[in-house]
Design a protein around this ligand. Structure first.
Ligand code: ADP
Ligand code: MG
Length: 258
């Protein structure tokens, strides 16, 4: 059984089939890439899997349990967490504050904790864990900076840290390197690798930038007009005739090296 099993998934917006008859199997421990041109349906796929949007049809199983149509908070609590393509931060809070808020939003604290007087202990554990996540993401030096004052690369990294605050088993990243310079991109690429290596987190990486996906993913799924166009290793994908045809002339995806 795969960690995530998507079958025959569809999402329509009026007459537009943004995602259509889509199948996806992601195994525990994978870093899966999903690529496709702008408007292909990548974000819609994440929205439906993460519960932001209800599917029009099909099934989504996470750890063998149906999550189709559940609320985002319920899906996150089960361990499947996504980031958004556009950065969403609490600008007037510092790095630590943002990760702490994210932890509270996902907290599974119970009334019993409060009654037993363990609330303060949990608060300290929360803070320690927030610091751990911030160090892991490479934001240790800016942990007391206001989010609004962080560089673009740091803001994007903080976005990932806030998703990690929910302690996911599956992390879905929507264009995490968008707008990053090459240095920032290299740092984020390392973080993605370490998520699996150090913390055993399974990753689905949606990217417009094919180079990044080819760098970190063993398996890539290509989506075009809401449908699966191809699936395979980076080598198989770059030499796939359907993929080449779909991207012909689209240099921003293949880049000049391909
Ligand atoms: N909330 C929405 N309402 C109507 N149409 C949408 C909505 N979200 C996305 N779409 C449309 O669905 C298609 C897929 O969009 P999207 O999933 O954002 O693509 P990608 O992330 O691959 O660029 C596009 O044609 C887009 O305009
Ligand atoms: Mg998108």
């Amino acid at each position: 059984m795969a960690l995530l099993e998507v079958r025959n998934l569809s999402k329509n917006f009026g007459g537009l089939a943004a995602v259509s008859e889509f199948d996806l199997d992601v195994e525990e421990g994978e870093i899966r890439g999903i690529i496709g041109p702008n408007g292909a349906g990548k974000t819609t796929l994440f929205n439906v899997i993460s519960g932001t949007l209800r599917p029009s049809g099909g099934s989504i199983n996470f750890e063998g349990q149906s999550i189709a149509g559940k609320r985002p908070s319920a899906i996150a609590a089960m361990g499947a967490v996504r980031t958004f393509q556009r950065t969403a931060l609490f600008e007037d809070f510092d790095t630590m504050g943002n990760v702490s808020i994210a932890r509270h939003l996902h907290a599974k604290e119970t009334i019993f904790g409060a009654i037993l007087g363990t609330a303060r202990k949990m608060e300290l554990a929360n803070e320690r864990r927030a610091e751990e996540i911030i160090e892991f993401i490479g934001l240790g030096e800016v942990k007391h900076e206001l989010a609004i004052n962080l560089s673009h690369g740091h803001q994007r990294a903080l976005n990932v840290a806030m998703a990690l605050a929910a302690e996911p088993r599956l992390l879905m990243l929507d264009e995490p390197v968008a707008g990053m310079n090459p240095g920032e991109t290299a740092v984020m690429t390392d973080i993605i690798r370490n998520l699996r290596k150090d913390w055993g987190i399974t990753v689905i990486l949606v990217e417009h930038d094919m180079r990044t996906v080819m760098d970190v993913c063993e398996q890539i799924t290509v989506i075009n007009f809401g449908r699966k166009l191809a699936e395979g290793t980076p080598d198989e994908i770059v030499s796939n005739d359907d993929v080449i045809e779909a991207y012909l002339g689209s240099e921003d995806i293949l880049g000049e090296d391909f």
